[in-house]
Design a binder for this molecule. Structure first.
Ligand code: CA
Length: 236
């Protein structure tokens, strides 16, 4: 069954080119050119034709796309990828903390968009697989059930905090996780401003897991926003 995507974008040219590219990839694409239009489409979903994912522009003629995020969350946790020309780190952080699954700055390549869509659908979509318990990317393997971390055949020993940080990223592999989210989940809500903890522990994790700490292959930095664990290799 193909995934149904609601593309909320007021730029006519971008809307039709994205619709075409996504249709070729097998997505069933609905479009909306305004907030009102998007709300109407979401309200009139029929059983058997529900929307699996929303691609959300921010600058829309009748308001800011961001205002749709709480409604989408409240409705039924529909995954949302924001597509916007706005590049400000502060804005990205707010959107992610508000519940957007990911953020792509225009212009972006269709390959990048498709990869982010796959990840968002896997994590949150209605037809998603169960949460990722086993992560593999190149030589790195993490087994959440047994708390085992291996590089090739070698077991890697992590401290409890290093492991908690890695496990949090594994559960959202391929998605950016903000500093605030990581600090709240690993250290606790009162630590959300302590970004130096993150820098320290991420440095330790990279020292143990990356061949070259200055060119990480697994633990990627999203400057000013957070971290992203590389998308897992496709299962054999
Ligand atoms: Ca726009």
């Amino acid at each position: 069954m193909s995934h149904r995507v609601l593309l909320v974008e007021d730029d006519r040219v971008l809307r039709s080119s994205l619709r075409e590219a996504l249709s070729i990839e097998g997505y069933d694409v609905r479009t909306a050119a305004s907030l009102a239009d998007a709300r109407a489409q979401l309200q009139h979903e029929q059983p058997g034709s529900v929307i699996d994912l929303v691609l959300l522009d921010l600058g829309l003629p009748d308001g800011d796309g961001q205002s749709l995020l709480p409604e989408l969350r409240a409705k039924r946790n529909i995954p949302v990828i924001v597509i916007s020309a706005r590049e400000a780190e502060g804005q990205k952080i707010r959107l992610l903390d508000d519940g957007a699954d990911d953020y792509l700055v225009k212009p972006f390549g269709i390959g990048e968009l498709l990869a982010r869509m796959r990840v968002a659908l896997r994590h949150r979509g209605r037809n998603s697989e169960p949460a990722l318990l086993h992560y593999r990317h190149g030589p790195l393997e993490v087994e959440l059930k047994t708390r085992s971390v291996r590089l090739g055949q070698v077991e890697v020993h992590l401290t409890p905090t290093e492991y908690a940080l890695l496990a949090r990223l594994v559960r959202h592999a391929g998605q950016v996780v903000t500093h605030r989210q990581l600090l709240a989940d690993v250290w606790g809500a009162e630590y959300t401003e302590q970004t130096h903890y993150l820098r320290l522990y991420m440095g330790q994790l990279r020292a143990k897991l990356e061949t070259n700490r200055t060119d990480p292959q697994h633990l990627m930095t999203e400057p000013g926003v957070g971290y992203r664990l590389a998308e897992p290799d496709a299962a054999d």
